[in-house]
Design a protein around this ligand. Structure first.
Ligand SMILES: Cc1ncc(COP(=O)(O)O)c(C=O)c1O
Length: 312
């Protein structure tokens, strides 16, 4: 793998990257019985800092609870293991991937006897939708795949098996020549990108689909809402019709991997002028400042990785 780091945290131990292995009969490998997080750490003026770390850890515990997986570590143990992992790998900024999964020991669809294993990996990972995408905006396609519904799976959980839905949408959009897919919910309203929440700007107001539209309750969504409101914009959580995407003045998406990315075209309709709009730019700037520790106002969102103790 590109960008491999040195060590990975597995069930309480630091193991070499190449030795971080599982048995082929790992339950999660067969049935998708796992939950995970995507987190980023940034180089900030206060040192390496993890953006909204405790919010991500909280969501990990919620996802695990929804799938009946007791995590055999405390929140604080996972937090400090992540600090140590970043330090041991000597990374100033990185992506952080905690994974909780049903391990080796029991097959079949009743998983509660299988162990719950926990790993944390970190590696360097650039802008998921590209630096160019962050600057000039991306082209997206409304997917033929609907986002998973709450009557068959749990949109609020960030669960491994559920990502087959995102994977299908992502492959479809790439094969059709677009950078990202936008999924509708089972009712036909706008839901989100394959790995990002979505915002529509029209008439000077910012709109985003509500919790009841099968979205993942994105942490960057929450941050963008707060930042936009603090900047004086009205943000409305409501159902959004597909046509509103095409007629929008501006559209942008948010997510840990992607950060805040303007969308300049959807299904070959230019959004607004076809270039990132003013409101998107203003919110994006404030958002990037918050991520990278340049904003006093949002300083409490950053979990600074403690400097290693000097060798004695
Ligand atoms: C399906 C999906 N929706 C939305 C998001 C955005 O969530 P967050 O801002 O917490 O990264 C993600 C990324 O984690 C995702 O995978």
């Amino acid at each position: 793998m590109q960008n491999a780091a040195d060590v990975i945290w597995m069930n309480g131990q630091f193991v070499a990257w190449d030795d971080a292995k599982v048995h082929v009969l790992t339950h999660g490998l067969h049935y998708g019985t796992g939950v995970f997080e995507g987190i980023r750490a940034y180089e900030t003026p206060r040192g390496t800092a993890i953006f909204r770390h405790t919010d991500h850890i909280d969501r990990l515990f919620k996802s695990a609870e929804l799938y009946y997986m007791p995590i055999p570590y405390t929140r604080e143990e996972l937090r400090s293991a992540t600090h140590e992992l970043i330090t041991r790998n000597g990374l100033k900024s990185c992506y952080v991937r905690p994974l909780v999964y049903r391990g080796y020991g029991q097959m079949g669809l009743y998983p509660l006897e299988a162990p719950v294993d926990v790993t944390i990996a970190v590696w360097s990972w650039g802008a998921y939708l590209g630096d160019e995408g962050k600057r000039t905006g991306i082209r997206a396609k409304v997917s033929s795949w609907r986002r998973i519904g709450p009557d068959s799976l749990i949109p609020h959980a960030k669960a491994c098996g559920q990502y087959l839905n995102s994977v299908l949408a992502k492959i479809e959009s790439h094969k059709a020549g677009y950078e990202e897919a936008i999924l509708l919910d089972t009712r036909g309203f706008v839901c989100e990108g394959s790995g990002e929440n979505l915002f529509v700007v029209s008439g000077g107001r910012i709109h985003t689909p509500p919790q009841t539209a099968s979205i993942l309750d994105g942490i960057n969504r929450k941050s963008a809402i707060q930042i936009a409101r603090d900047l004086g914009y009205e943000v409305v959580e409501r159902d959004i019709a597909r046509a509103e995407l095409y007629l929008a003045d501006e559209v942008f998406v948010t997510g840990t991997a992607a950060e805040l990315v303007p969308v300049r075209e959807i299904d070959d309709h230019a959004i607004g002028t076809g270039e990132p709009g003013e409101i998107t730019r203003v919110v994006q700037r404030a958002f990037d400042d918050a991520l990278r520790g340049r904003s006093e106002r949002y300083a409490e969102w950053l979990d600074v990785v403690p400097a290693p103790a000097p060798a004695t």
